[in-house]
Design a protein around this ligand. Structure first.
Ligand SMILES: [Zn+2]
Ligand SMILES: [Zn+2]
Length: 435
């Protein structure tokens, strides 16, 4: 039982981290398994709408060779003459199946050699991607750059006499390369077998020599023991959580210390990532965007009334700079809104509400049971799973749809001192594990 719960927790956590961040989408046209013997051409590269930073691969035309698009440059290679590979460039080419992705920013990692097969590349890339927080269930492109001891690569050749470049009884031309600098471009997917990977592989890899005199489909490799540069697509948060703030620059300083604060910073301040914290962060981001339309928030010029929850209050004081002891922060549960935020110089005040029905009711129901001490250790884990899913929803849907702003024209600042709220996020701090 314990194992099952741990497993479920792991699932919900990886779900959370993967959905809060994503990598550029992989597109496919046609499929390896549907080429038959006639190789119908499914895509004309010229017609693809966005070629910027495109990385792609597929066969060239009716098996006339290989296509590799490298950062928006469309290379195609043919081997119409024995042992002679020819690399050209054009968008005016077609392919029976094609996989592509537009990757603007890459993250650089170190991949240690040796790797001596495509299978080993697949395993090493997956392991590194997982360790860096990538979701290997989602397809992604990767690149490996360096000097490779030995590479065997092929360029396919036409299968029927009416196609240009046909050579009887030759289906592809193998090339053997030694000590070449270049880059491997790969597509990794656990769900595209028969589409763009073989039936027992999760990768499709092409090799391009640095001097662009050779390009082909990778068959065999003996890398070398040195380290290589591995590039993975940079992850992007689906919802922008960063906020620019203008603070003073020393203990008696002036405004002008402009810095970015992000959800991660708030998480460290608060102690953990939770749904309430994300609600607070996104709700306040909305309010501050409204009050500071130039995009830079002045935390010395803002005061706030917050609901009492430990998550919302932490978000309130961190993001607005409001503090109880300076009369710029107090708590009220006698309002509909999560927060009412006021810009002091203009006196403009807005209230932020979360859309009704957005938060699953069970979360609050189970939350109320926690306060009464009625929730078992295992139910607690269930609640965490629900909250993580809600967090994921918040971070993958437009905050403009989830939070509404109301202008408060007759806002009255009525601070109260009250310090007997229950800090609900520490009630179970010594609770035993779910057995
Ligand atoms: Zn290929
Ligand atoms: Zn919390």
């Amino acid at each position: 039982m314990r194992k099952i719960v741990l497993f479920l927790l792991l699932i919900s956590f990886s779900f959370l981290s993967s959905k809060a961040q994503n990598t550029p989408k992989i597109h496919t046209v046609g499929a390896m398994k549907d080429m038959g013997t006639t190789y119908p051409l499914e895509v004309w590269l010229d017609t693809l709408p966005d070629k910027s930073n495109m990385f792609a691969m597929g066969p060239y035309d009716k098996m006339k060779g290989e296509i590799t698009v490298f950062d928006g440059k469309p290379f195609f290679a043919t081997a119409f003459v024995k042992d002679m590979g020819v690399v050209s460039q054009s968008w005016d080419i077609r392919s029976p199946f094609f996989v592509y992705s537009n990757v603007k920013d890459w993250e650089e990692f170190t991949l240690n050699g040796p790797f001596n097969s495509t299978q080993e590349i697949q395993e090493k890339v997956a392991a590194l991607a997982i360790s860096k927080g990538y979701d290997q269930k989602e397809p992604f492109a990767f690149r490996i750059a360096g000097k490779f001891n030995q590479i065997t690569a092929h360029i396919v050749t036409p299968r029927s006499p009416e196609i240009e470049g046909y050579r009887p009884d030759v289906k592809s031309q193998k090339f053997f390369l030694e000590n070449n600098n270049g880059e491997l471009l790969g597509f990794y997917s656990e769900q595209h077998q028969g589409i763009f990977t073989g039936s027992n592989s999760f990768v499709h890899i092409h090799f391009l020599k640095d001097d662009q005199t050779f390009m082909g489909h990778l068959d065999e490799i003996t890398s070398g023991t040195q380290s290589y540069k591995l590039y993975l697509p940079k992850k992007q948060a689906l919802v922008k959580t960063v906020m620019q703030v203008n603070d003073t620059d020393f203990s008696k300083g002036r405004l002008g210390n402009i810095q970015n604060i992000d959800l991660d910073d708030l998480v460290k301040f608060h102690g953990h990532l939770c749904d309430g914290l994300v609600v607070g962060h996104l709700a306040l981001q909305r309010a501050m965007q409204e009050l500071y339309s130039d995009g830079i928030v002045d935390r010395t010029n803002t005061r706030i009334v917050s609901k009492a929850s430990p998550c919302l209050t932490d978000a309130a004081i961190y993001l607005t700079g409001g503090r109880y002891q300076f009369n710029t922060f107090y708590i009220s549960n006698n309002m509909d809104a999560l927060f009412t935020v006021q810009r002091i110089d203009t006196q403009r005040a807005v209230a932020v509400h979360m859309k009704k029905g957005l938060k699953p009711m069970e979360i609050d129901q189970l939350g109320a049971m926690v306060v009464k001490g009625e929730l078992s250790a295992c139910d607690l884990d269930k609640l965490k799973g629900m909250e993580d899913n809600f967090t994921e929803l918040l971070l993958s849907t437009d905050p403009k749809d989830n939070f509404t702003l109301t202008e408060i024209t007759d806002f009255k600042w009525s601070p109260v001192l009250k310090n007997d709220y229950i800090k609900t996020d520490i009630l179970n701090k010594n609770k035993t594990k779910c057995q």
